[in-house]
Design a protein around this ligand. Structure first.
Ligand code: PLP
Length: 366
């Protein structure tokens, strides 16, 4: 396959001038162009082995090296402290909604959750099958003594709400669903007991779920937990308990290396701030033409959600945006409105071009 053709249609630089498209999708695996080109090349030939990456047996040294390389790049990106294990799992973040209580209740009957939007509600609904839930406001502590952990959703993908500062839990393990803002900013991992993120938002392609867990929380999974979903089992087998999602692990390794080469998470944070601010700026100066319902101090740097007055205007916006090459801007189906997801692979040029389009649309229709 000609890499050039792929790069040509995807170049997000100046959307209109090259006639390309940019996806602002919340869920599609959006890859940096260089990573996509390398992943395509290595599908047929992996580093002089004469084999494609999908042909590597997961039990052999080549795949073990590949996986170890990906994990060590991730450790470097996060400056992971001692005492934490990186697990590569499957099932997506939605499966973690169950695996967290199955692994971390350890005989307790209550867990604490904050409800900050759509995804925390989904996590709570699933956890209710395993335990009682104590609901806390976003920064409201302390939790009742005897609760097993506090679960938070770092970025509410559907609602555009993001934690700036995480709650201080004292000794209680803090668990975070970071699926939509993982690797978009530096985090102090030592404050968390467990972090999880499925890959298709900022890491690469669907099929892989990254779990970072403090070693003292391993062990004590409920006896009915499937072995492949027992954190201790996966830690003991170096995440090779059963066949891993080889291609997703490979792409993740390429993305981690790309992030390191871009200057790491500080650079990603600065870029996410600039990208989101240029959109919020148009919204705030539009005299109510665009409305963002999230308070400024909690606005997400990666999921910019806003509304226009009425469905007809919203449809017109989405239609014109699409014909200009700005794809998948419709809000989450439960929330409506507009949403621009600004994951790491969305370029600053693409965000600027979208801001210009929004300004132009407001000038014409406002
Ligand atoms: C997308 C998303 C999920 C769901 O992820 P799956 O891998 O599809 O299960 C969960 N939590 C958050 C915050 C998300 O953005």
């Amino acid at each position: 396959m000609a890499d050039g053709a792929v790069l040509e249609t995807r170049r997000g630089g100046c959307v209109r001038s090259v006639g390309g498209t940019v996806s602002f999708s919340a869920s599609g695996g959006h890859l940096p162009n260089e990573v996509l080109a390398q992943a395509i090349r290595e599908l047929s030939e992996w580093r002089g082995t004469g084999q494609g990456v999908l042909e590597l047996p997961f039990t052999g040294p080549a795949f073990k090296d590949l996986q170890a390389g990906a994990m060590s790049s991730l450790r470097a990106l996060l400056r992971l402290p001692e005492g934490y294990r990186v697990l590569f799992m499957q099932g997506g973040a939605s499966t973690q909604f169950s695996l967290v209580p199955m692994n971390l209740l350890r005989g307790k009957e209550t867990a604490s959750y904050t409800d900050t939007g759509y995804w925390s509600k989904r996590a709570i609904a699933e956890a209710l099958r395993y335990c009682r839930i104590e609901l806390l406001p976003p920064h409201g502590l302390p939790a009742t003594p005897g609760t097993a952990y506090l679960h938070v959703t770092s970025n509410e993908t559907a609602d555009g709400w993001q934690y700036r500062e995480f709650p201080d839990t004292g000794g209680l393990p803090l668990v975070a669903d970071m699926t939509s803002d993982f690797l978009t900013r530096p985090i102090d991992v030592s404050r968390f007991g467990l972090i999880y993120a499925s890959a298709q938002k900022n890491i690469g392609v669907a099929g892989l779920t990254v779990v970072i867990v403090r070693e003292d929380l391993l062990g004590g999974a409920h006896m009915l937990t499937p072995s492949a979903f027992d954190y201790r089992m996966q830690a003991q087998s170096d995440s090779l308990y059963n066949t891993p999602p080889v291609f997703a692990v490979h792409v993740a390794g390429l993305v981690f290396a790309w992030l390191l080469a871009q200057g790491g998470l500080e650079s990603m944070q600065a870029a996410a701030r600039r990208k989101s601010l240029c959109l919020y700026d148009v919204i705030d100066r539009s005299d109510g033409f665009y409305r963002c319902q999230v308070a400024p101090e909690a606005r997400s740097c990666v999921s910019v959600c806003f509304r226009l007055a009425g469905t007809a205007l919203t449809r017109a916006f989405l239609g014109e945006a699409e014909s200009e090459g700005f794809l998948h801007l419709a809000g989450h189906s439960r929330v409506g409105g507009i949403r621009a997801s600004l994951y790491n692979a969305v370029s600053e040029e693409a965000a600027t071009a979208l801001a210009e389009f929004m300004q132009d649309f407001a000038n014409r229709r406002g």
